[in-house]
Write a protein that binds this ligand. Structure first.
Ligand SMILES: Cc1ncc(COP(=O)(O)O)c(C=O)c1O
Length: 375
């Protein structure tokens, strides 16, 4: 079975962001949409709901229950019903947590390079960003976090991405426990985005932070939208630690009310029936990571790719190429579109992010276009 078999013509017929933003001579390898057909059970859930005329408001705890069952079977940890709440999507859930628990003018910590909306929900809502970059090897910098927590602009919250977008770092249980203890000690609200939770290489172990006994001060945001490529269906979850019981009471009004009913049905079907599907995605993505490693070595001297076990994204350091703006160069000269590293942090303009949830043929074509553009 192979999931990335759609022809380029079929992909270009899609009307979503990845395939429509650029003209048809550009190969889009950017935003995190997968070039796969969706899980059949998710399609059935949506189709059957439409056939029933079941297009009203969401009801019940089906999504939360499906998440709890998956967490128990996959990670050996089961959140209790009172730890779970519906959300519309991950970024709005994180924003609601920030609005309910921090004030204008507060300082909020993030780890650049990091997913651009992390910057936007802080700076766009009149909070200040405290940058604690990942280390050169892509790990959390515990000493720098402690320095930030004890510095003059002590933060009130910390947005952690786990696994980390764009580097693909999977944080270890030790790192996660240490971070949670630091946050508890310095009264920093720890908000963890686990949307990439199942997107890990075969054999790589992801640890949900709330499975750790000393991280019960954290709150997690999750959505099946990323792992099963269901971003078209808005739904998600808040999951709070056992010691964070007050958090849900402090959410702003309507923070739980933006879930789409059919979105919740599609995500629930994915959580109940889609583990083999996402694991197959990551078998193919792992092969794509190997392919990219080989192609970069052969065709792109000057580009550095450090293969990482999390996500289907590749974070490529192009500083050896001597280009002013690598992403713009590859778009204009190579007709291949990547995410611009500078969107993940001002210091990362020499990086591009490449989407590997694609066929090996398109990944090979993307590298060929890059190589050709370099002359
Ligand atoms: C780390 C991270 N968080 C959140 C999102 C978006 O999630 P949602 O559409 O549920 O807000 C993405 C999408 O790629 C992501 O990579």
């Amino acid at each position: 079975m192979s999931l990335f078999t759609l022809s380029e013509a079929d992909l270009r017929a899609r009307t979503s962001l990845k395939w429509q933003t650029f003209p048809s001579d550009v190969l889009p390898m950017w935003v995190a949409e997968m070039d796969a057909m969706p899980l059949p059970e998710a399609v059935d859930a949506v189709t059957e709901a439409l056939q029933r005329g079941d297009t009203g408001y969401p009801y019940g705890t089906g999504y939360a229950d499906a998440y709890a069952d998956l967490a128990a079977s996959r990670w050996g940890w089961r959140p209790a019903p009172e730890q779970l709440r519906r959300a519309g999507d991950v970024m709005n859930a994180m924003l609601s947590l920030l609005l309910g628990n921090t004030a204008e003018g507060d300082h909020i910590v993030i780890n650049p390079p990091v997913y651009p909306p992390f910057w936007q929900i802080i700076a766009g809502y009149r909070r200040h960003i405290t940058q604690v970059p990942l280390t050169a090897s892509g790990r959390l910098d515990l000493a720098a976090l402690e320095a930030a927590f004890t510095g003059p602009d002590a933060p009130t919250a910390y947005l952690l991405c786990s696994p980390h977008n764009p580097t693909g770092t999977i944080h270890t249980p030790e790192e996660l426990s240490a971070v949670a203890r630091l946050c508890a000690e310095h009264d920093v609200l720890l908000i963890v985005d686990e949307i990439h939770a199942l997107l890990v290489d075969p054999g790589a172990a992801f640890t949900p932070i709330l499975s750790l006994p000393d991280a019960q001060n954290a709150v997690v945001t999750f959505s099946a939208g990323k792992c099963w490529n269901l971003a078209a269906f808005k739904a998600g979850l808040y999951i709070r630690g056992t010691e964070a019981s007050a958090l849900f009471d402090r959410l702003p009004p309507l923070a739980n009310q933006s879930t789409g009913h059919i979105g919740a049905l599609a995500h629930t079907a994915a959580l109940r029936h889609g583990e083999a599907w996402v694991d197959q995605v990551m078998v193919e993505v792992a092969a794509n990571k190997d392919l990219l490693t080989r192609l970069v070595a052969e065709r792109l001297p000057g580009v550095r790719y450090d293969r990482a076990p999390g996500t289907y994204l590749a974070w490529l350091d192009c500083s050896g190429l001597g280009l002013e703006r690598p992403r713009d160069h590859f778009l204009a000269q190579g007709k291949v579109a990547f995410n611009n590293g500078s969107d993940f942090g001002a210091d990362y303009g020499q990086y591009i992010r490449m989407n590997l949830a694609a066929s090996p043929e398109l990944i090979t074509e993307a590298v060929e276009r890059m190589a050709t553009s370099l002359g």
